[in-house]
Ligand binder design. Structure first.
Ligand code: MOS
Length: 746
């Protein structure tokens, strides 16, 4: 029975967020607090040859100036691992200020701690550094000839090469071949809340107030770096103001804040500036993808060769897995995917907003559009002809799919039928109009090694419920959705439930990444709530004084906090009556769920279809997106209001990826040239078109107990391709580089 799940209820923390009552990590105020400011390397490669901290140390209010000369050495660095596992998750296998080597511009070389933020900022400007600069390499073009093929990428999770069938034979036999290279600029996440950590030591016990997508990963990472048992590190995160992957891994500044606080014996707040965010929390790497498609004359794609070349750091083999969903998007029997990397003087790239899917499906879905155009087949029809009825990678059935329905519903709602396929066929004054579409896909994470998810449900005698769960809220609405899950699991109204989160002292869950939060946490909350319900029902049927005494527990249902017989609703009692009669103040139960592994016998991926209508100024090359429609089949939707919001946000990310977002490297300086919100453009309301989201229902009994496949990131996947395809339809100009700029259309 589901009364609350599926309802579009308002955010339980909405009021706290809009009134400013919700506390973000940089807003934590503690008595006697000091402020840390980082000084970043001014060169991209070389050594710090001299450090003169005298002026800074003598400045008013300065408590410490820490550099590689006096900062404590960290204990062993944990291996690079994606945070979603629930293990330690350092963002890179490098910790700054341990020696004099400079690997990238902006790498912390000094940290100033003072009694006010302004004094710390002033003193930071007085730290004099000299460098023995070495030649740097910061772009793909500078390192193309030294690319290498890594064994594994993405924190070891993904092999560097995947093959099936025979690609050479498939391409030799193909009636039609399409070959194209797509280039994508680096992207930065740019959440509105910059990362911030406030660290406070109580004797040898460390508490961190941190803007993180993973409180447990933060605890484990900082504990490992400081050589402390995890029990000595507590992480508290009440609200996070957006993250999009930038707060998934645990970056060095978090541990630096802890080291600073220990050094000065006071609580220390370290908040990154917007500019520092560009060299402190990873990014989506600069990349290019080379695709070769082989197809029959009627458009059946037999073969895909998909090679990616991308920039990584000097020390980690990181690439986002751009090839993965593309590898299973259609039923090609012959496939080869290869990652190649170029070491550059940047920090290690990281998860960035549909990490891999957003870039890989851009390339594949543009290539499919090119093929459709070449063959004279409607783009949706081409995709239907290549529909993968089973997962082409494993041969396993899908746990659920719904993609055909997404195409169909999208085509109807968007008005795709009757579209004149000829480019430049529609005009409105000086605006050329075009419509494009693309497939979206995003995996439901399932790997061996995912940690158990836990939650605790406690019912009080008055019928109110506290659910405790060590997850974190970064804007998705998890507290609201989990309130609904707990309410239904226990059979109580949602307004009786309080969902407490954001503290490692609560039962632990994994990080909220990979669109996995709702699925994993709902499984734990559901387990706790139903375990408590079952315990109370068992108590009632065993209690001689209960009207339910002797009943079969399987025949008892709970509605509105009252246990009753399913076929005789007048027989029953409330949870509160049972507790009071037995002199119990409360009852509780712990629930846990072991995430679905890789061995279910099913392939688990969420699918959708994206549609875009654009207008391109024929004279000026300006692109205006007039309409976006995304249709998705994400399994069970816990709260359609928050789910829709998230998907709309994803569609707008896609608009940004298509037309605005690019971080540009000044390769002479080895620095990001546009490290500010004034120069790194993201869509604002004036850029936002009519954004429409539709949900297609699919039931999924495999992914997790409630069948939640997740909506966190799929909203972005395919949008850039749909827009680029619409630009082609409008103008006849095929742009293969992101972002699409005016220059490319003139
Ligand atoms: Mo998401 S980019 O996996 O936080």
């Amino acid at each position: 029975m589901s009364a609350a799940i599926g309802q579009p209820i308002d955010r339980v923390d909405g009021r706290a967020k809009v009134t400013g009552a919700g506390r973000y990590s940089a807003e934590i105020a503690l008595p006697n607090m000091a402020y840390a400011v980082l000084v970043g390397a001014e060169v991209a490669s070389g050594r710090v040859s001299a450090l003169d901290t005298g002026d800074a140390e003598r400045a008013d209010g300065v408590l410490a100036v820490l550099t590689q000369l006096n900062l404590a050495k960290v204990a062993a660095q944990p291996p690079l691992f994606p945070s979603l596992f629930g293990h330690a998750a350092p963002g890179e296998t490098f910790f700054p200020m341990q020696d004099e080597v400079v690997h990238y511009a902006g790498q912390p070389v000094a940290m100033v701690v003072a009694d006010t933020l302004e004094r710390a900022q002033h003193a930071a400007a007085l730290v004099h550094t000299s460098y023995a600069e070495a030649p740097s390499r910061t772009t793909l073009d500078q390192g193309r000839d030294q690319a290498y093929e890594p064994q594994r990428i993405f924190g070891g999770l993904v092999p560097g090469r995947m093959e099936r069938g025979d690609v050479d034979a498939g391409l030799a036999e193909a009636a039609v071949r399409l070959e194209a290279t797509y280039r994508l600029a680096a992207n930065h996440h740019n959440p509105i809340e910059p990362s911030a950590t406030t660290a406070v030591w109580d004797d040898d016990q460390l508490t961190l107030y941190d803007a993180t997508q993973g409180i447990t990963a933060t605890r484990l990472t900082v504990a490992a770096l400081l050589g402390l048992p995890p029990t000595k590190v507590r992480v508290i995160t009440r609200f996070v103001g957006g993250a999009f992957g930038s707060k998934a891994m645990v970056w060095p500044h978090v541990t630096l804040a802890a080291l600073a606080a220990r050094q000065v014996g006071r609580p220390v707040k370290l908040a990154l500036t917007r500019e520092q965010m560009f060299s402190s929390c990873g990014h989506r790497e600069e990349q290019e993808q080379h695709l070769v498609l082989g197809a029959s004359a009627d458009g059946r794609v037999s073969t895909l060769r998909h090679h990616k070349l991308s920039a990584t750091s000097p020390f980690d083999d990181w690439a986002e897995p751009s090839l993965n969903v593309a590898a299973q998007a259609y039923a090609y029997p012959n496939y080869q995917g290869v990652y190649r990397l170029v070491r550059t003087n940047t920090m290690t790239p990281t998860f960035t907003r549909a990490p891999g899917e957003a870039s890989g499906m851009f390339a594949l879905e543009c290539a499919m559009d090119e093929l459709a155009d070449q063959l004279g087949v409607d783009p949706i029809e081409l995709r239907l002809r290549n529909h993968a009825d089973v997962d082409p990678i494993s041969g396993n059935p899908w746990s659920s799919k719904g993609l055909r329905e997404c195409y169909q519903r999208g085509a109807e709602r968007f008005g795709w039928q009757g579209r004149n396929p000829a480019p430049r066929s529609q005009r409105e004054g000086h605006w050329l109009l075009g419509a494009g579409m693309a497939t979206a896909g995003y995996p439901v994470p399932a790997f061996p090694g995912l940690q158990p998810q836990r939650a605790l449900a406690r019912l009080y005698g008055d019928g109110s419920v506290l659910v405790q769960c060590g997850t974190q809220e970064f804007g998705t609405g998890v507290a609201t959705a989990m309130t609904q899950v707990a309410a239904d699991g226990l059979g109580v109204p949602p307004d009786r439930v309080r969902f407490q989160l954001g503290d490692t002292d609560l039962p632990n869950t994994s990080s909220a990444v990979g669109s996995a939060g709702a699925g994993m946490v709902s499984a734990a909350v559901n387990a706790a709530a139903t375990a408590l319900r079952d315990r109370l029902v068992a108590h009632a049927v065993a209690d001689e004084k209960s009207p339910l005494h002797g009943a079969d527990p399987a025949t008892v249902v709970v509605r509105d906090g009252r246990m009753l017989l399913g076929d005789r609703p007048e027989v029953g009692e409330t949870y509160g009556e049972l507790l009071r009669r037995n002199f119990l103040e409360e009852a509780d139960a712990l629930g846990h769920w072991n995430p679905t592994g890789a061995d279910t016998g099913y392939a688990m991926t969420t699918f959708g279809a994206q549609f875009a209508e654009v207008a391109v100024d024929a004279d000026l090359g300006l692109v205006r997106v007039r309409r976006l429609l995304g249709v998705f089949a994400p399994g069970r939707v816990l709260n359609p209001k928050t789910a829709r919001s998230q998907l709309m946000g994803g569609l707008l990310w896609g608009l940004g990826q298509a037309l605005l977002e690019g971080t540009h490297m000044d390769s002479r300086q080895g620095r990001w040239a546009n490290a500010s919100l004034g120069d790194y453009l993201v869509p604002v309301n004036a850029d936002a078109p009519d954004v429409d989201v539709e949900l297609v229902e699919v039931r999924d009994d495999v992914v997790n107990p409630l069948g939640v496949k997740g909506v966190g990131e799929i909203g972005q996947v395919g949008v850039a391709a749909a827009i680029a395809n619409a630009v082609f339809h409008a103008t006849g100009r095929r742009v293969r580089d992101l972002p699409i700029t005016v220059e490319q259309l003139l």
